[in-house]
Every structure is written in C-alpha cells, then in structure tokens.
Design a protein around this ligand. Structure first.
Ligand code: HEM
Length: 258
C-alpha cells in the first residue's frame, strides 16, 4: 500500500487527486519506521555522550603520570564515589549501563542509516567527492566496527583481566585496594598490546573527528561562525584524545612509566 496526495487529508471532498509517481510514494511500512533525521539525531546525542565519556576517561587516564598511588586511589574512588548515599560500585554501574545503552542506540541507528543509504544508492552509486572529509566519512563504518571490537578487547584486557588478552600478572581490585597502575604498565609493556592501542587511538580519532563534525549539522547548528567554532572544538577534542591516550602506551614502551 502507498500514499496518494489525497491521503494527507487536505483535499476537499469530491476532488480526486492523481496518484503520486512511484518514486515519490511512501509505503505504509516506511511510514511506520523511524525517519532518517530521527536516527541521525539519536546518533548525534549518543555520540556526544560517548565523546564526553572519552574526555572524562582521558582526564582519568592522564592521572597515570601522577604516580601509582594517585592512579590507584582514583580507581578506588570510582568504586566508592557517592557512598554512603549510593552503595559501593553504584555510580560506576550507572555509568556502565548509560554507556551500554548509548552504544546500542548508536550502533543500531548507524546500521539502519548505512543499509538505507546503500539501498537508496542502488547498483550505480554516484562518484564520491575526494578529499579528507570524504575519506573520514567513507571510513565511518570501518572505524565504528573496529571500535566495537576494541571496546570488548579493552574491557577483557584492563577491567576483567581475561587471559590471554590480559597479562598473567593482572590483579583484581579489592574493597580497599586497586591495582590499575600495575595492570596498565604490565599490559603496555607488551609491544603488541601497545601497538594495538596506538592503532586504535588513531582510528578512534578519525571516527571522532568526522562524527563530531556531523553532530554540528545534525543538531542544527547554523551560522558560519558558530559552525566554525563547533567544528574546531570537535577537531581539537579528537586530537587531544588521540595525543593524550596514545602518550600512555608510548610512555610505558619508552620506560617513562614503570
Ligand atoms: C590508551 C588509551 C586508554 C587507556 C590507557 C585506558 C585505560 C583504562 C583503564 C586503566 C581501565 C580500567 C579502569 C579501572 O580498573 O578502574 C579502563 C576501562 C575502560 N575503558 Fe579505557 N583506556 C583507554 C582507551 C579507551 C577508549 C578509547 C575507550 C572507549 C572507546 C575506553 C573505554 C573504557 C571502558 C568502557 C572501560 C570499562 C570501565 C568499567 O566498566 O570499569 N577506554 N580503561
């Protein structure tokens, strides 16, 4: 079933309106699915939340340069923040659930937009523009999938300590002691693990730079100056997350952190 112009309910009774050409008809099934703009707004909001998490995570990660004691205290604080109002691990679990929900919405909407785009382009897609921006855009599904795999790898590696991904020296945190510093240094002392993190930080920065660029349009920022400022902030954030995070495996490999 498809709509005609008269379905809109704007035509006076007795006046017949011809059917729209097939290319302009919207099937009943399509009317029930979420429009692309809603998917894009959902992606923009969840992506911005993810970027905010990454900024906070970077600030936390950089505490590694303040020494083992401070870094471990910070890991312990994360588990006890809000006590006694909130039980131990409460805040960290709220954050984990919010992040998991954002990731689920972000990935589902991304897959829907990507499959719809492919179906709409058909067998003869138009030639893409060349240039840095379009390379970032073309790489989005690839960098996105790589990040998904990385997040699973990273949690097994530094949170759960699952071998053989984590080191044999991995120590679980206890109620009163955290070993985040020792786990991190042992992990990045393995050249292959440091290399994986470095490559992933490069892919993450490409994903973030293009993602934050699109957020500016998808959340409706208009005006040349405002757009330029927001795009610059997005680019700088992506660069800070790349350089700040990448410095850590490099520092371990160079013996600055031990
Ligand atoms: C070189 C870069 C990174 C370093 C050094 C790093 C470090 C860490 C460490 C040490 C932990 C465990 C914290 C603890 O035990 O308290 C952790 C957990 C985590 N990291 Fe990262 N991280 C990096 C990049 C990333 C990136 C790019 C993402 C997301 C795309 C990410 C997402 C997470 C998540 C979701 C957790 C689990 C938190 C939890 O459930 O306890 N990390 N990270």
């Amino acid at each position: 079933m498809s709509t005609t112009a008269s379905d809109a309910g704007t035509t006076p009774p007795g006046v017949s309106v011809p059917e729209l050409p097939p290319a302009f008809q919207v099937s009943k099934r399509e009317q029930k699915t979420l429009p692309n703009w809603a998917l894009k707004v959902a992606m923009a909001i969840t992506g911005t939340f993810g970027a905010l998490f990454l900024v906070l995570h970077l600030v936390g990660n950089l505490k590694v340069y303040t020494g083992a004691e401070h870094f471990n205290d910070y890991a312990l604080w994360l588990r006890h923040v809000g006590e006694p109002l909130i039980p131990a691990n409460g805040v960290i679990w709220i954050l984990r659930c919010a992040l998991a929900l954002c990731l689920l919405v972000h990935v589902t909407c991304g897959v829907l937009i990507w499959t719809r785009g492919r179906a709409a382009r058909g067998k003869f897609p138009a030639k893409r523009n060349n240039g840095f921006r379009s390379v970032g855009a073309t790489l989005m599904p690839f960098t996105g999938c790589a990040l998904l795999v990385f997040i699973v790898f990273h949690i097994l590696d530094l949170t759960l300590g699952t071998q053989p991904i984590a080191t044999a020296d991995f120590q679980d945190h206890t109620e009163t002691a955290a070993f985040a510093y020792q786990n991190l240094v042992a992990d990045f002392s393995r050249p292959w693990a440091a290399a994986i993190y470095l490559v992933m930080m490069a892919l993450l920065s490409v994903h973030l730079a293009h993602g934050l660029f699109t957020v500016v349009s998808d959340l409706g920022a208009v005006g040349k100056r405002l757009r330029a400022i927001l795009i610059a902030i997005g680019g700088l954030l992506a660069l800070a997350i790349l350089l700040g995070n990448a410095s850590i495996p490099l520092a371990v490999q160079l013996g600055v952190l031990k």
